[in-house]
Design a protein around this ligand. Sequence first.
Ligand SMILES: *Cc1c(COP(=O)(O)O)cnc(C)c1O
Length: 430
Amino acid sequence: MKTIETKMKFENNQKYAQEADAQDPLKSFRSKFHIPQHKGKDCIYFTGNSLGLLPKNTEKAVLQELEDWRKMGVEGHMNAKNPWFYYHNFVSDSLAKIVGAKPTEVVAMNSLTVNLNLMMVSFYQPNGNRKRILVENNPFPSDYYAIEQQIKFHGHDPEECIIELKPGSDEHSLSTTSIIKSIEKYGDEIALVLIGGVNFYTGQFFDLEKITTAAHDAGAFVGFDLAHAIGNVPLALNNWGVDFAVWCTYKYLNSGPGSVGGAFVHERHGNNPELPRMSGWWGNDEESRFEFPKNFEPQTGAAGWQMSNAPVLSLAAHKAALEIFDEAGMQALREKSIQLTAYMEFILKDIWKRSGVSFTVITPKSPEERGCQLSILTGPDGKKIFEKLTAEGVVADWRNPNVIRVAPVPLYNTFEDIYNFGRIIESASN
Ligand SMILES: *Cc1c(COP(=O)(O)O)cnc(C)c1O
């Protein structure tokens, strides 16, 4: 990965923040979103890592499908403006750009944890001694539950089969070197390396390319949970040779609460009908789907992992949200994101230096190792400070025992949001 420079020299004042906003090439994108209100003013919304905001074009997109349903009933499958039969295909090009894949390698379907389970059916194939799954420290609970039950399903013991990496005693993140060393150490005991591309708690963005190579050198499959990575950090899944990935779309992708999830399957597997998988009619070859062939003939590509017909209303919201990503482009978003997050870190450090507060940002310092989010490890007063932030219209996220997560999102957050947040957290900490 290239080294990233933060080119601005930051200042903690309103004039500076307003000028940075005025020079922002993506500044017009904020007006494409509904910003939640607090006492008649825009909230400072820093939870796009949890639920992205509603794009203004979503309502019309969903209403279009309702209207076609009202007018056509079942005929909408073929005759709607966006024929429902093919609906999942309408988001493939945009998704492929965001994750660095070919359109045939991605599919929007189900939800994240369902997709994770489906992918483990294909890519967790314990065999003799090779039965362990290596995960990052503190993986998201849902992922952990899925892993545990998959191991049990194969008749193995999760205690014995899960290798959870641990950071050094006074560290919060895992170094790439230590991850790779562990992969080498466990070598032929590992069936699957499964990492959250960006860890939900610390915000650490792992070196997915190096992890992929190390996993393959060890003879293991490698998959990533991209819940906090997709639409946040640059990805090149095809080039890196990743076996599979899964994601949800309601975080950085702004596709609505509980909206349709997605999956990536590398083309070298997508075209392999022998790979074990769970199947249903929507994964069958489109040509013969309605002829109801007796035997499953999977479509080539990730679409062959679909089971049920596509959730059109949620895909409509997804499609509308992705149009904004097409327009902005991941590279421009990433460039702004690096500046925004660095600015937030600068403001926090500036305040803490002056006030003598000793909180810690547990997210890695280097831009290559993080996306939008900063995780702030607070002291015993943390919860009180968090409550004051909430009362002042800052929407942030609290994680027990004492972490505040804040994620300035380049599509709709501003430098001034960050400056104002700084003022609020400063007065809340005194
Ligand atoms: C948000 C998130 C999930 C959520 O799973 P759903 O199946 O969409 O409910 C799972 N894993 C990670 C890492 C997440 O951040």
